[in-house]
Design a protein around this ligand. Structure first.
Ligand SMILES: Nc1nc2c(c(=O)[nH]1)N[C@H]1C(S)=C(S)[C@@H](COP(=O)(O)OP(=O)(O)OC[C@H]3O[C@@H](n4cnc5c(=O)[nH]c(N)nc54)[C@H](O)[C@@H]3O)O[C@H]1N2
Ligand SMILES: Nc1nc2c(c(=O)[nH]1)N[C@H]1C(S)=C(S)[C@@H](COP(=O)(O)OP(=O)(O)OC[C@H]3O[C@@H](n4cnc5c(=O)[nH]c(N)nc54)[C@H](O)[C@@H]3O)O[C@H]1N2
Ligand SMILES: [Mo]
Length: 783
C-alpha cells in the first residue's frame, strides 16, 4: 500500500471550535503575513462601525459578541489583508502558461493584485496597463460586440451599491445576461420557496433562534461554513432544544462545539452536544426521509384521534392558509415504508423518532444548505421541507420557519437589487421611468445557459465581478478549451485565480479594493451595505488602508466601464455615483421603496433592518394567496444517477468544501474536522464499498463519471480514505472534482448543478512522482 509520507488521515476527536480553531487562525495570520493589519481588523468585524465579514452570509447580531467572527471569517480577513502582493513584477517573472500549472492554493497565496493588467499574447504575460487604457479599450470592444453575446457574471460578494450599478450597466448595455453564483447555490431555494410560500427567501431571523423549541438540519455543514451560527445553536441547546440532523457525513460542527471565545469552555474542556439525533441519510435521500416523517405524522395523528386526543396535524392552519393538502396527503399515503427506507437509507424507526420530536414541538425551524439544493430535484427537496413545516403550521409564527443558509455574504442582497437573468423579477417600469432607457424584455442567461453559450460560441464576451467562474462551474475540463474562444474576458478581482489565466483573445485583469479596505471617494470614506441570509440589511465600511494605490473600488470600475461603453443614457449619473454612494442608495430606495425606504439611516441601526418577508406574516404572495403543499413527483431525487441494480460498481459522489477553503479559494490543506492533513486529493468511501470493489484504504484511484460514456470525464489520482459515510455514497472536494459534473446534470427547475450526486466509477492507478507532488504539496514550500 502506497501512502505518501506527508498526507495524513487521523480521525479528529475534538469538538468544533476550541483550541484547534484558535490555532488555525494563528497559522493563517502568520502565513499571510497579516499580523500588522488583521488582528486590529478582527475586532471590528461584524460590529457597528466596522465591516461586514467577507466570508459567509450568516446573520450578524444586534448586540455582537466581543469578537464577532469565527475561524473561517478570520481566515477570510487574513486572506484579504495579506501583505503579500502579485504586482507587475510577479507577472514579468511568470508566463500565463506557467501559471496555469499552479494549484488554486498557490495562485491565490501569492497575494493581492495591485495594478490593472492586460494580457499580451506575444509574450504570454499579463502586462501593466493604465485604467484609462483599460476602460477605453474594453468600452470600444463592448460597443463593437453584439450585446446579447456578452455575459455579466457576479459572485455573491459585491455590495448592494455595486450590484445595483452592475445590473443597470448590463441592462443599459442591452441584455439581461446576469448569471451569478446563486445559480450554482440557492437558486433551488429561490424557485422552490417562491412557488410554495410566495417569497424567494427564508422566513427565519436571529430572534427566532431564541424562541424555537426544535431545530432540524438538512445538508448544511455549520461547523465549517457558517460557524457563527454555532453560538445561537449552543444557546438553544442550553435551553434543551432538540436538534435533529440529516447528513450522510457525521460533520463535527453538527456533533459537538466548544466556544473558542469562552474561557470556561476552552479551559474546562466542556463542549456542547449539538445534534440530539443524527441521521446519516443516503445522498439524495432527503425527499424520502421527509416523506417518511410526514407519513409517521399522519399515523400518529390517526392514532391520537382514535384515542380521543388532539391530533398532531394543524388542521385549522391548513384549512385557513394552505392549498393542495389533500393531494399531498394522498401522495404520502401512496408511499410504502419499504420504498422510503430504501431511498432514504434510514430505518422507519429513525424517521419515526424524528417525527415524534417534531410532533411534540410547538415552534420548529428547518435549516438547510447545499446538501438539498444541489440535486436534480433540488427544488422539490426544498418544497418537501415546506410541506412538512406546513403540516404543523410552522411558518409565520415566532421561533418557527424555513432557514436556507446562503453562501456568499451578499448573495441574497444581489438578487434583491436586480441581479437576475429574468426581467420579470425586477420593477422594469420604475427603472425605465427613473433612468429613461428601455430594459430588454428578453430573458437573459443564467450560469448554466452562459456555459452552454460559451460552448456553442454564442457567448463571446464575459465580465466577471469577482468569483472564479471557470473553476466553480461544472464540467470544467470541457469548459476550459471553449473559454479560450472568448473574444473578451474582463475580470474584476482581488486575487489571481484560474479564470484569469485561461485567456480569451482579449483578457483584462482589473484589481479592486477588498471589503475590509477603506474606500475614499472625494476625500470621504464611503459606506456600503449588504443583506444577510435572514433578510437583514446592514451598513458597514472598511477600516484598513488599501493594499495598493493603483487599485480601484468596484463601484468606480463599473462606472469607468459604463462611461466608456454606453452613450445616450444621460439619466444615470455614473460620475456622481462613484463619488458618493449615498446617491446610489437613494436610487435603490426609489426603485425598491418597500424594502429600502430611509435606508441611509436605517442601515446603521444596531443589527440592521429587516426587509419585509410576507410569508413570515402569513401573507402568501402565491397566485391563490395560499401556501402550497406540493407533492414531489418521485422519491428518486436524481433520476439519471441510478444506473440500476446491475451496476454495483457505481457510487454516488458528493463534492463539498473542506474546513480550509472558501469556495475555490483554498486556504490550506487541513480539513481538520474530517481528519485530513496535507492533501485535498482524497475520496471518502464506506469501508464495505472499499473492500467490495477490491480496493484498500490508501489506494490511489482515477475517478470517472459513469453517465454519458461518450464524453470522458475523469479526475485523479485521488487517495481512498475509509470514512463514516453510507454505503454506495462517496465524497470528494470541490473544485477539484468539478470536471466530473456534466453541465446538463443540474436541478431540473432551478438549473443548480447537481454537484452533490454524481455517479462515478473508480479505477486503481499508480501515481507518478509528478502526480504525487501535485496531490500532496510540500508543506515546507507552502507554509
Ligand atoms: N469556510 C467556508 N464557509 C463557507 C463557504 C466555504 O467554502 N468555506 N462557502 C460559502 C458558500 S458560497 C455556501 S453556498 C455555503 C455552503 O455551505 P454548505 O451548504 O454547508 O455546503 P457544502 O459544504 O457544499 O455541503 C453541505 C453538506 O451537505 C451534505 N450533503 C451532501 N449531500 C447530501 C444529501 O444528499 N443530503 C443531505 N441531507 N446532506 C447532504 C454534506 O455532507 C455537507 O455536510 O457556505 C458558505 N460559507
Ligand atoms: N462541484 C461543486 N461546484 C460548486 C459548488 C459545490 O458545492 N460543488 N458550490 C457552488 C457554489 S454554492 C458557489 S456560491 C460557487 C462559487 O463560485 P464563485 O463565487 O465564482 O467563486 P469564489 O471561489 O467564491 O471566488 C473566489 C474569487 O473571488 C475573488 N474575490 C474575492 N473577494 C473579492 C472582492 O471583494 N471583490 C472582487 N471583485 N473579487 C473578489 C478572488 O479573486 C477569488 O479568487 O461555486 C459553485 N460550484
Ligand atoms: Mo454558494
Amino acid at each position: 500500500m502506497l501512502i505518501h509520507p506527508k498526507a495524513r488521515y487521523k480521525p479528529y476527536e475534538s469538538a468544533a471550535g476550541g483550541w484547534g480553531s484558535a490555532k488555525s487562525v494563528m497559522e493563517i495570520l502568520w502565513r499571510e503575513q497579516a499580523f500588522a493589519k488583521a488582528p486590529g481588523a478582527l475586532f471590528k468585524q461584524n460590529k457597528p462601525g466596522g465591516f461586514a465579514c467577507v466570508s459567509c452570509a450568516w446573520a450578524k447580531p444586534g448586540k455582537p459578541h466581543h469578537l464577532e467572527f469565527c475561524e473561517n471569517g478570520a481566515k477570510a480577513t487574513a486572506w484579504e489583508l495579506t501583505s503579500l502582493k502579485t504586482g507587475p513584477e510577479f507577472f514579468m517573472r511568470h508566463t500565463v502558461s506557467e501559471l496555469l500549472q499552479w494549484t488554486d492554493y498557490d495562485l491565490e497565496q501569492h497575494g493581492r493584485l495591485t495594478h490593472p493588467l492586460r494580457y499580451d499574447r506575444a509574450s504570454d504575460k499579463y502586462l501593466e496597463t493604465t485604467w484609462e487604457e483599460a476602460y477605453h479599450d474594453i468600452g470600444a470592444q463592448l460597443r463593437a460586440m453584439e450585446p446579447e453575446s456578452v455575459a455579466f457574471y457576479a459572485s455573491g460578494r459585491a455590495s448592494l451599491e455595486t450590484s445595483f450599478m452592475y445590473q443597470l450597466f448590463a441592462r443599459a448595455y442591452g441584455n439581461n445576461n446576469l448569471p451569478d453564483s446563486s445559480n450554482m447555490c440557492h437558486e433551488s431555494t429561490s424557485v422552490g420557496l417562491q412557488e410554495s410560500i410566495g417569497v424567494p427567501v427564508g422566513t427565519v431571523t436571529l430572534a427566532d433562534f431564541e424562541l424555537t423549541d426544535c431545530i432540524f438540519f438538512f445538508g448544511q455543514n455549520v461547523g465549517s461554513n457558517s460557524p457563527r451560527m454555532l453560538h445561537p445553536l449552543q444557546e438553544a441547546r442550553k435551553r434543551d432544544v432538540p436538534i435533529i440532523t440529516f447528513n450522510p457525513l457525521r460533520e463535527r460542527g453538527l456533533e459537538r462545539f466548544v466556544n473558542p471565545q469562552s474561557p470556561v469552555e476552552m479551559l474546562g474542556l466542556e463542549s456542547t452536544v449539538i445534534s440530539t439525533q443524527y441521521h446519516q441519510v443516503a445522498i439524495g435521500g432527503d425527499t424520502a426521509a421527509v416523506m417518511g416523517i410526514a407519513k409517521a405524522l399522519f399515523e400518529m395523528d390517526k392514532a391520537a384521534l382514535v384515542k380521543g386526543e388532539p391530533g398532531v396535524i394543524d388542521q385549522a392552519f391548513i384549512a385557513e392558509h394552505t392549498e393542495g393538502f389533500t393531494e399531498f396527503a394522498a401522495a404520502v399515503r401512496s408511499c410504502e415504508w419499504d420504498a422510503l427506507e430504501l431511498r432514504a437509507g434510514l430505518s422507519r424507526s429513525a424517521m419515526e423518532a424524528a417525527a415524534t420530536v417534531y410532533a411534540r414541538s410547538e415552534r420548529t425551524m428547518f435549516v438547510y444548505g447545499m446538501g438539498l439544493t444541489q440535486h436534480r430535484h433540488g427544488v422539490e427537496n426544498v418544497q418537501m421541507l415546506v410541506n412538512l413545516l406546513l403540516m404543523r403550521g410552522n411558518i409565520g409564527k415566532p421561533g418557527a420557519g424555513i432557514c436556507p443558509v446562503r453562501g456568499h455574504s451578499n448573495v441574497q442582497g444581489q438578487r434583491t437589487v436586480g441581479i437576475t437573468e429574468d426581467p420579470k423579477k425586477i420593477p422594469v417600469d420604475k427603472i425605465e421611468a427613473l433612468f429613461g432607457f428601455h430594459v430588454p424584455e428578453k430573458k437573459g442567461l443564467a450560469t448554466v445557459d452562459a456555459c452552454e453559450g460559451i460552448l456553442n460560441g454564442s457567448v463571446r464576451g464575459f465580465i466577471g465581478l469577482g468569483g472564479n467562474f471557470l473553476r466553480a462551474i461544472p464540467d470544467t475540463s470541457r469548459m476550459e478549451p471553449a473559454w479560450q474562444n472568448l473574444h473578451l474576458n474582463v475580470q474584476i478581482a482581488t486575487k489571481l485565480n484560474r479564470t484569469h489565466l485561461v485567456t480569451g483573445e482579449q483578457s483584462w485583469l482589473l484589481p479592486c479594493l477588498g471589503r475590509i479596505e477603506i474606500d475614499r471617494q472625494n476625500d470621504k470614506v464611503q459606506a456600503y451595505s449588504t443583506e444577510d441570509s435572514t433578510g437583514c440589511i446592514h451598513g458597514w465600511w472598511g477600516n484598513s488602508e488599501p493594499v495598493s494605490e493603483h487599485i480601484r473600488a468596484e463601484t468606480s470600475i463599473i462606472a469607468g466601464l459604463a462611461l466608456a461603453t454606453l452613450s445616450g443614457i444621460e439619466r444615470i449619473d455614473w460620475e456622481a455615483w462613484r463619488g458618493d454612494y449615498s446617491q446610489i442608495r437613494s436610487a435603490i430606495a426609489t426603485i425598491y421603496p418597500e424594502i429600502f425606504h430611509d435606508m441611509e439611516t436605517r442601515m446603521w441601526e444596531p443589527g440592521g433592518f429587516h426587509r419585509p418577508v410576507s410569508a413570515a406574516e402569513r401573507t402568501w404572495k402565491t397566485p391563490s394567496e395560499r401556501a402550497q403543499f406540493i407533492a414531489p413527483k418521485t422519491l428518486n431525487e436524481d433520476p439519471d444517477v441510478n444506473p440500476g441494480p446491475e451496476r454495483r460498481d457505481v457510487l454516488q459522489l458528493m463534492t463539498l468544501r473542506s474546513n480550509d477553503q472558501f469556495n475555490t479559494t483554498v486556504y490550506g490543506y487541513e480539513d481538520r474536522f474530517r481528519g485530513i492533513s496535507g492533501t485535498r486529493s482524497v475520496i471518502f468511501m464506506n469501508r464495505n464499498d472499499i473492500v467490495r470493489l477490491g480496493f484498500s484504504a490508501g489506494d490511489w484511484v482515477m475517478i470517472t463519471t459513469a453517465i454519458e460514456p461518450e464524453v470522458t470525464r475523469e479526475v485523479g489520482p485521488m487517495q481512498i480514505v475509509a470514512y463514516d459515510i453510507p454505503e454506495g455514497c462517496s465524497a470528494g472536494y470541490y473544485p477539484e472534482c468539478n470536471p466530473l459534473v456534466p453541465l446538463w446534470h443540474h436541478a431540473e427547475r432551478s438549473k443548480v448543478p447537481a454537484a452533490k450526486s454524481v455517479p462515478i466509477t473508480l479505477r486503481k492507478t499508480l501515481p507518478s512522482t509528478e502526480d504525487l507532488e501535485h496531490a500532496v504539496p510540500d508543506k515546507d514550500q507552502i507554509h
